[in-house]
Design a binder for this molecule. Structure first.
Ligand code: ES4
Ligand code: ZN
Length: 372
């Protein structure tokens, strides 16, 4: 089907590799995509958007990893930035996480967390991010002897400066590491309480398979009692059942990833009917081999099914791109059109934990961007 072109010239784009055809009975039909020539990288960067799925520790660029390691006297197992990048060839989520936790070892002082966070906000604002809801993994730091206070104070100070100097608003979401115990999550919740005013919600991340959401029911209930929003990674590598558990047992208001919902039509219906936001991260899913390529990623189908999809970066330093780079990837790989980008950007503000007034303001900025 030809897509309506609202903004100028159309270009025919043929798939880059010969494998990208669909089988229709006996016939092989080349998929030809119409690409809106006006959808330049620059235009996609300029779309006002919220980023709702970004792990701050996953924004640690190799360059910064080396700088901070040097000043903190931390020995890395790589000799150069190039060697680090070469190591970023992941077989799955776990092989990535092993390197991700290794990278966090350089972060020792408040200043390190500040610089990491402010650098992310600079990069994000250069890609059109007006509001960011940022995950952090306190247990990745407290388990190494770095105080909860050190991490959150550095991050929070950068968030305040981001608002003041860059005009980007932000919220912080504390993630529990699901490969650790529920008791350790509860202890982390207790440590967070003195900083309640600096944290908008709790999440659940790390190694998914074998660590179902239901194990964290009690700590999510405790978080809810304290007024925290709740989100959870589910259906990234784990089965659709984990998405159901995240909703029913944890009271998750958004599902991070959620892409394996496509295997379960009943669940897709539910997610659509309830308009549960899904924070999808296409480049992450390809790098971690959840899907073989962006061309085969279901995000366009999910949007077409009426799901509340947002597009995000996850761990941008490790997965080859920030949020607008993910927008470019779905343009190139899946033929995302102008109205698709408008939908995901609108969803990003609607699905955020901003107040209704702030959402309305940002949705108006977005509307005027698309209408001029
Ligand atoms: C993560 Cl991609 C991903 N999945 C689960 N947990 C994570 N922590 C950081 N990145
Ligand atoms: Zn994630």
């Amino acid at each position: 089907m030809l897509r309506r072109c609202l903004a100028g010239g159309l270009a025919l784009v043929y798939p880059a590799d010969e494998g990208a055809y669909s089988e229709e009975g006996e016939r092989s039909v080349w998929l030809m995509r119409l690409r809106d020539a006006a959808l330049t990288d620059e235009l996609l960067r300029e779309i006002p958007k919220a980023e709702l799925h970004i792990h701050i520790e996953g924004s640690l660029e190799p360059q910064m990893m080396f700088e901070i390691a040097a000043r903190n006297g931390v020995r890395l197992r790589y000799g150069s930035v190039r060697e680090v990048r070469e190591a970023y060839d992941f077989a799955d989520l776990q092989t990535f996480l092993d390197l991700y936790y290794e990278g966090t070892r350089v972060l020792l002082h408040e200043r390190d967390f500040y610089e990491l966070t402010f650098a992310y906000l600079q990069k994000a604002t250069s890609q059109g991010v007006r509001h960011a809801e940022i995950f952090f993994d306190p247990q990745a730091h407290t388990d190494r002897g770095v105080a909860f206070e050190t991490a959150i104070t550095g991050i929070h100070r950068a968030l305040l400066d981001g608002q003041r100097r860059l005009g980007v608003s932000s919220h912080l979401i504390l993630c529990f590491l699901r490969h650790l115990s529920a008791d350790e999550a509860a202890e982390t919740m207790r440590r967070a309480l003195p900083y309640k005013g600096q944290i908008v919600g709790v999440g659940l991340d790390s190694s998914e398979v074998g660590h179902p959401p239901e194990g964290f029911k009690a700590v999510f209930e405790e978080a809810a009692r304290h007024g925290f929003h709740r989100v959870a990674h589910a259906g990234e590598e784990g089965p659709p059942e984990y998405i159901r558990q995240a909703l029913d047992e944890l009271g998750a208001e958004r599902i991070d990833h959620g892409v394996r919902c496509v295997e379960d039509p009943g669940l897709v219906r539910r997610l659509r009917d309830e308009q549960v936001p899904l924070t999808v991260c296409p480049l992450s899913n390809v790098r971690l081999r959840v899907f073989p390529s962006v061309e085969e990623h279901p995000v366009k189908r999910m949007l077409g099914e009426g799901l509340c999809v947002t597009v995000n970066s996850d761990d941008p330093a490790y997965f080859g791109g920030y949020v607008a780079d993910n927008y470019c990837a779905v343009r190139d790989g899946l033929g995302f059109a102008r109205e698709d980008f408008r939908a995901v950007a609108e969803n990003s503000f609607r699905a955020s934990f901003l107040g209704e007034g702030e959402k309305k303001e940002l949705l108006e900025v977005l509307a005027s961007y698309f209408e001029t």
